[in-house]
Every structure is written in structure tokens, then in C-alpha cells.
Design a protein around this ligand. Structure first.
Ligand code: SF4
Length: 370
């Protein structure tokens, strides 16, 4: 399990090592084809900032060789905002006295129909807060059964499950699972996740092993940028991806770097800010480090950044996302989990991508390449 590996890696020593990287370390990393995590640390370090253009060119070339010019499109559907956790940075946390919704199967089907009218989406990501008693495995299995009628590729972003629960959902037609570790800093993890199942660091961390062992085809990972030093957290994720690729080589992996925004009305404020330039540096570094990993940008990022990065390393994007349950048809005015930055319609995103010589594809990568 990855928790055994993480125990061997010191957070503080890793941080020191990243900030001690030199110009020579960066040039050495850029000259290699197969990078180590230590090389990745050099590319995300402050020492690599003068090499951004060189990194962009290398990232673009690798992406073109591995993925061609296509961008795989997906859309999220929030099934519920009911949650038993208390993540301090999220409006869905259990203490928030807000109206809670759990979509019925009829409502879910109406949402699918509404989504299909937006664009020819074939990749659906169903998202829930964490309420296993009311929106647990049987509920998800039913939703997957309905989703199969409308979508070729079905993913979920829900609470970490047991191996046999992932396997059961795969039997229903599940192909992918996304789960964000949020931060790999074990000593600080419970500052952000004080109560509920999400407070169990190892259960979440080892969920990725369980997914792969259950035969989940595609696994998405992410660090929430805004909690701890992003360079150290991303390095831990790089170790994690490499560990998973080595141990479960048949599985496909994707990474995501959601940036928390400054809250306007006294909500949780990010502890660290990642600039646009740093986001670009990280994206190039991840592509140069791992040629095969899908890099996904959500509508949290503004349109101009998404468009630019679509030619330089990003391979998967959401479009026209609603982050409230039933946001496409049933409850269009309910409270969102976070506000999206790119508010363009899916058709507008598609048109912009085509203008830049990219081909949006609505199916999963594997189906396109076969
Ligand atoms: S981040 Fe997820 S688990 Fe945490 S409170 Fe929000 S919905 Fe619940």
C-alpha cells in the first residue's frame, strides 16, 4: 500500500531539497527522456523558472507524440450535496445549515437528458459529497445503470470505497474513479479534515491501491492547491503516480491541480497561492516527468488559461460544468460547491479548441485510439 511508501519520505527534507535545486539540476532534468522524481522536483523548483519556454516546447512535443491533437471532453454531474464530513474549505461541510439534496433516479435521468442536449458528451463524471448511508454503493450502482443508457464512459468522484465495492460498481459498468488526496502532508491533514470518514488519512491514501486492485480502468488523482506547499505536495503525488504505474501497470492515470480561490465573503482563505505561471510550470513538469498521464483542467480555471494549456500539455477538460446537484435541469439555482471560472458553453469551448488546431473528442481516449 502506498502509505508504507509515504512513511519513508520526509515532508520537510523533500521541501528543503526542492528549494535547493540549482540551474544545473534543471538542465540535467531537461536533457533526460526518463525522469526520476528528483528530476521532477528540479523542474517544479524556483530554479526552473527561467526555463519555462524550453519546458513548454518539450511538454508540447511529448503531448503531441503521445496524444495527438485531441482533447478528451467530460462533464460532471453532482448527485448530492449531502455530506458527513467537515472539510474546513468546503461549503458542503456537515455543519453548514444549508438545504441538502440527493437526486432521485428520475431526476438523475432528467439531468442526463439535459446534458446530452448541451453537446455529444460520452464521458460523465458523477460526483457526490460523502454520505454512504444515503448515497452509498447501491445508490451509485443504480445511477450507473441509468448512465449506461446515455454515456459510453462512466466515472465517479465519491467517498473512498472498499475494494469489493469498487469491483461491484465496475460490474455495473463503472470505468473510472477520481479521488483527491487534497494534501499528502499527514501531520497537517486533520487540520483541514477534522471529522468524519475523510479524517482517516490512510483510508483515503490507500484507496488508490484498492481501486486498481478492484480493476478500475482509469484512476484520477489530485492535490488541492491552497492547503500546503504545492511543490512538496505535487512531489508526493509524483511519487504516488509512479508507485501506482509500477504496481498496477494496466491502469490508466490522470492528474488534476485544482487551485483554491480567495474567498470573498469570509470563507476559508488559501494558505498558499499558485500563480498562473507556476500552474504552467507544474503542468509542463508533469508532462515531461510522465509522458502517459492524462492532465486534466476543470472549469475552475479561466477560459484563456485552459485554451493556452490545451496546446501545451493538457489532454482532458470539462466544459459547461454545474457544481450544484441537479444543476443542468432539476435545481438550476441551488448552492454550488465552488464557482466555475470558465462559464462558456460546451459548444463555445469546442469552437475555441478547434480554432487552436485541437480536436475535442467526446469519448474516452481508449475508445478513440482503438
Ligand atoms: S470536500 Fe467533499 S467531503 Fe469535504 S465537505 Fe466538501 S463535499 Fe464533503
Amino acid at each position: 500500500m502506498f502509505s508504507d511508501e509515504l512513511e519513508k519520505i520526509s515532508w520537510d527534507e523533500t521541501t528543503k531539497s526542492i528549494y535547493a535545486k540549482t540551474d544545473a539540476d534543471v538542465r540535467r532534468a531537461l536533457a533526460k527522456d526518463r525522469l526520476t522524481v528528483d528530476d521532477f522536483m528540479a523542474l517544479i523548483s524556483p530554479a526552473a523558472e527561467p526555463y519555462l519556454e524550453q519546458m513548454a516546447l518539450k511538454s508540447r512535443q511529448i503531448t503531441l507524440e503521445r496524444f495527438g491533437k485531441t482533447i478528451s471532453m467530460f462533464i460532471p454531474l453532482y448527485l448530492t450535496n449531502s455530506c458527513t464530513n467537515s472539510c474546513v474549505y468546503c461549503g458542503f461541510h456537515i455543519q453548514n445549515p444549508m438545504a441538502r439534496t440527493i437526486l432521485t433516479m428520475e431526476e438523475i435521468e432528467s439531468e442526463f437528458k439535459a446534458i446530452k442536449k448541451l453537446a455529444p458528451f460520452e464521458n460523465i463524471l458523477m460526483v457526490t459529497g460523502e454520505n454512504p448511508a444515503k448515497a452509498g454503493v447501491p445508490y451509485l450502482a443504480n445511477a450507473i445503470d441509468i448512465a449506461k443508457k446515455y454515456f459510453a464512459n462512466i466515472k465517479i468522484e465519491v467517498m473512498p470505497l472498499a475494494t469489493e465495492e469498487y469491483a461491484e460498481l465496475c460490474d455495473h459498468g463503472l470505468s473510472g474513479v477520481i479521488c483527491f488526496q487534497e494534501t499528502y502532508n499527514k501531520a497537517r491533514y486533520n487540520v483541514y479534515h477534522p471529522r468524519g470518514m475523510k479524517s482517516k488519512f490512510e483510508w483515503r491514501l490507500n484507496g488508490f491501491d484498492r481501486m486498481a486492485q478492484a480493476g478500475v480502468h482509469s484512476i484520477g488523482m489530485g492535490v488541492l492547491v491552497g492547503l500546503e506547499d504545492w511543490r512538496t505536495d505535487m512531489t508526493m503525488m509524483a511519487y504516488h503516480v509512479r508507485y501506482l504505474e509500477k504496481n498496477y501497470w494496466k491502469t490508466k492515470y490522470s492528474v488534476n491541480f485544482p487551485r483554491m480561490r480567495v474567498a470573498e465573503n469570509g470563507g476559508f482563505q488559501p494558505n498558499v497561492i499558485m500563480s498562473d505561471k507556476e500552474l504552467a510550470q507544474l503542468t509542463f513538469a508533469f508532462r515531461i516527468f510522465d509522458h502517459d498521464v492524462d492532465i486534466s483542467y476543470s472549469t475552475r480555471e479561466p477560459a484563456n488559461i485552459r485554451d493556452n494549456m490545451a496546446t501545451l500539455g493538457v489532454t482532458t477538460m470539462s466544459a459547461e460544468s454545474k457544481t450544484e446537484p441537479g444543476g443542468y435541469f432539476t435545481y438550476p439555482q441551488a448552492l454550488e460547491q465552488f464557482h466555475v471560472s470558465d462559464e462558456r458553453t460546451a459548444v463555445e469551448v469546442m469552437t475555441a479548441l478547434k480554432k487552436m488546431g485541437r480536436e475535442p473528442v467526446w469519448k474516452d481516449w481508449d475508445q478513440v485510439l482503438q
